[in-house]
Design a protein around this ligand. Structure first.
Ligand SMILES: [Mg+2]
Length: 257
């Protein structure tokens, strides 16, 4: 089914963007049927998209659920902060972290991380401590394969022991002039990517559409959170949410759904 052109929608000059984890879905979990229904109703009025930090396969597991096709439900799909981008199911130009950094620097960075992580105390260790993605690398002291419960346990542990904060400081000292930035987006990991390749990167893909209003809903909108930059960007109207249920309530109120 081909999408309704933006100009034919009542709020066709309004773009509404969403973070994924804890905004549309519980962290790394599938979306519920209610939020999908609300998004469908919203899309009949306005233009919608998500801007997730995860890679596209993970987000697909979360949003292509209940028999839904993700590309039919969102006008824009932005994975890895918009480094991987789709409009109406068609890929837009992608960017790569490895091209930015180069193989030699990348190797130094991963060596440093693996040495550091080998020595740090954490409650459990699972697999995939450094995950290589298109636009960033994702670092998890417990490992990306940890279960949701193990991740939440680590988050509580990390509040006390500051494992991630301390490691990020060490990285800043070790590689002060590499143009990298560090962002804590989930309970048990953080992302490393070039300065400016945060979620505001997604805006580059919609510039020429000249939307009048761009709304952005996210949960980690505080300094250091992965929604912070897009939430505060002059181009967006930011909304902080606490859960998918909160997103549903705010959308219904704001867009009269
Ligand atoms: Mg989130």
């Amino acid at each position: 089914m081909s999408p309704v052109p933006f100009a034919d929608r009542p709020l066709g000059s309004t773009l509404v963007l969403f973070d994924v984890d804890e905004t549309l879905t519980p962290t790394r979990q599938p979306a519920g049927t209610e939020i999908l229904a609300v998004l469908k109703a919203l899309r009949e009025k306005a233009v919608i998209g998500f801007v997730g930090g995860s890679d596209l396969p993970k987000i697909t597991e979360q949003l292509a659920v209940h028999g839904q096709n993700m590309y039919d439900n969102f006008d824009y799909c932005f994975a890895e902060n918009g480094l991987v981008a789709y409009k109406w199911g068609e890929a837009l130009e992608a960017q790569a972290f490895i091209r930015f950094l180069g193989e030699e620097k990348y190797k130094k960075l991963v060596k440093f991380l693996l040495h550091y992580l080998a020595d740090v105390e954490v409650p459990v260790r699972r697999g995939t401590f450094v995950e290589f993605r298109t636009g960033m690398i994702n670092v998890s002291p417990v490992g990306g394969n940890a279960t949701p419960k193990e991740r939440l346990n680590f988050e509580a542990y990390d509040k006390v022991h500051k494992v991630r904060e301390t490691l990020i400081e060490a990285l800043k000292n070790e590689f002060p002039d590499w143009g990298l930035t560090y962002s804590i987006g989930g309970p048990a990991s953080f992302d490393i990517y070039p300065v400016g390749w945060d979620k505001t990167f997604a805006l580059r893909h919609v510039e020429k559409e000249n939307f009048v209003d761009i709304h952005f809903f996210g949960d980690r909108t505080y300094p250091g959170g992965n929604d912070f930059q897009l939430f505060h960007h002059p181009r967006t109207i930011g909304h902080t949410v606490t859960s998918p249920e909160d997103t549903i309530g705010q959308l219904k109120a704001l867009f009269d759904l």
